[in-house]
Design a protein around this ligand. Structure first.
Ligand code: MLT
Length: 211
């Protein structure tokens, strides 16, 4: 499979900030999260691909059979394609292992990517994520920092599902913060503040190391 994705790349504006891999939600594209990424971490390099699956004209990162019901073979294949893309673009642009900042479908593929190719990401902020695989592998993600930001009134992701995702990631040794915001599925100002604060603590506690 080819690892080419239409994407945007924004070089780092300063030193020391981790690169961010921006992963949009269903119907978004490579431009969607650039502003959020720049607000969350102004000095970071931003790598932002467009999902290659099209559902009724809307880009996504993997196929689904219905709302919240995923084609898991496709999830696995597409997550590995995305991992190959990240590795190729890291070499091309000379950036470090990125932290994913993913929303909805983009957060779901980021979670799958961490489970299937654990060396690709340095961490992940998963905004409105759900369990991407019913029988996930259990890689060693010891010490990898993950933020799961759920919406209390999210009609798409039930609280039990995001709690299960957090537990699944904790079982790999990842250092998971699970926060529930008083919002629905849409992104809010609270997500920006939360992601920014979380990234600050990731930076302070654990400068992004090459594993
Ligand atoms: C998904 O399909 O990944 C989730 O249901 C979220 C969405 O994209 O609506």
């Amino acid at each position: 499979m080819t690892s080419e994705f239409i994407h945007r790349f924004v070089p780092a504006k300063g030193q020391g900030a981790p690169s961010l891999l921006l992963l949009h939600g269903t119907g978004g594209d490579e431009n969607d999260l650039l502003q959020l990424g720049a607000m969350v971490s102004p000095n970071s390099a931003l790598l932002s691909p467009r999902g290659r699956v099209i559902e009724n004209g809307m880009p996504r990162f993997f196929r689904r059979l219905a709302e919240g019901v995923f084609d898991e073979d496709d999830v696995r294949g597409r997550a590995l394609e995305l991992a190959d893309f990240v590795e190729a673009e890291r070499r091309r642009y000379g950036i470090g292992r990125p932290i994913a900042l993913g929303y909805s479908n983009g957060a779901n593929v980021a979670a799958a990517l961490m489970l299937l190719r654990p060396d690709t990401l340095a961490g992940a902020a998963l905004l409105r994520a759900m369990v991407p695989l019913s029988e996930p592998p259990r890689p060693d993600l010891s010490g990898v920092r993950v933020l799961v930001a759920s919406g209390m009134a999210d009609p798409i992701v039930p609280p039990s599902n995001s709690t299960r995702l957090a537990a699944m990631l904790r079982a790999t040794g990842a250092n998971v913060s699970h926060e529930t915001l008083p919002v629905g599925h849409q992104l809010s100002r609270a997500d920006l503040d939360l992601a920014r604060e979380w990234l600050r603590t990731v930076d302070a506690r654990e400068p992004v190391a090459e594993r």
